[in-house]
Design a binder for this molecule. Sequence first.
Ligand code: ATP
Length: 438
Amino acid sequence: MSEQNLMEKLVSLCKRRGFIFQSSEIYGGINSCYDYGPLGVELKRNIKEAWWNAMVTSRDDIEGLDAAILMHPRVWEASGHVEGFTDPLVDCKKCKRRFRADHIEGDRCPVCGGELTEVRKFNLMFKTYMGPVEEEAAIVYLRPETAQGIYVNFLNVQMASRQKIPFGIAQIGKAFRNEITPGNFIFRTREFEQMEMQFFVKPGTDAEWFEYWKDQRLAWYDQIGIRRSKLRLHQHTPDELAHYASAAYDIEYEFPFGWQELEGIHNRTDFDLKRHMEYSGKDMRYFDQEEGQKYIPYIIETSAGCDRTLLTVLVDAYEEEQLEKDTRVVLHLSPRLAPIKAGIFPLVKRDGMPELAQKIKDRLQGKYRVFYDESGAIGRRYRRMDEAGTPFGITVDSQSLEDETVTIRERDSMQQTRVHISKIEEFMEDKMRTWRRE
Ligand code: ATP
């Protein structure tokens, strides 16, 4: 299967099965905006849950936050975004297409070969107006990153939670960037969700924490079932570093369109808090009781894209398996992330099988998202679940009516095991705990 083919097949599977739709499709769509359908929204929630669990719930040194998208415009002056959050833009004089200068090779238009304009700086922030008057003074921005909401709340969170340095603040939320060239499906869009954590440390300990978070974050992708062989770390060279960072790693994934950034881990030094202190006139320093002194903490940031993780999860899980008679399309999703945990099927629509299957469904439903299906050949029903990444198929057959057992078919191996009805959850939990991506 060619790489281009894989993306096309994935896009079509996403639409067919209700993972992802083009936004405003009946109006011809809107460029680079996507909607998550019934399976997509479950997958996204599960990814966020896995991240939140690893970063907040399972730790006592990280607190959560949910800050507003609209912030005081001075925030974006202090952060450097008004002045510096730009991409280099060139226009083709002939076909009028626009490109990011650092994304094309040579000095001619990559589409029509026409002459290009000089490079201009294009600010990626979306502007809007707050209140009824559209004037300069009313301009606000849709946040281009969630991080600033954390910085401005640093002392609020610290005091309310009585955390001591080192500690972190985590947030999941929407961010907006008016990207010059969005594309590759949900890889680069203008509206997306970030999962960010800012870890506040004592100056001098930052290099150590930076290494720690690099390792932790890489391990997380393994935990959610991404193949390690498809991941790598890229350390930024001095001329790649953002204005706020003294060191940075990207976690990269090998997409069908090449190695691309999945997450950034940055040592942001004391840049952000220092700037907010300067622009707001408020003291942002932390009082270290043990040291008996005040200082501006250094910040280690881990910044991941939720939509980009979701794309990675899908790309990594997709397989067309050649069987004896045909090809099976299967998503090898981690069971923890799978939108539907089990399909429940009566083998035939009679002899009390549907009733027993419904009873099992009712029992499992409070705990897992499950799907009941009684129509069509059982093989077809299994295949539909394979495509949705559902790890278990529970089938009620004539033997079930005699001895209260069902068969549980596993998605990856297609192996079937007879299990007593009372042991279904135990079986599933055990398999989910020990699942590894082959
Ligand atoms: P690039 O250089 O590719 O534009 P970036 O280095 O500016 O990206 P960061 O600011 O570090 O990206 O953003 C952190 C994370 O947020 C990225 O690793 C990515 O997962 C996600 N992200 C950033 N921009 C987009 C976008 N336009 N669409 C989807 N996800 C994005």
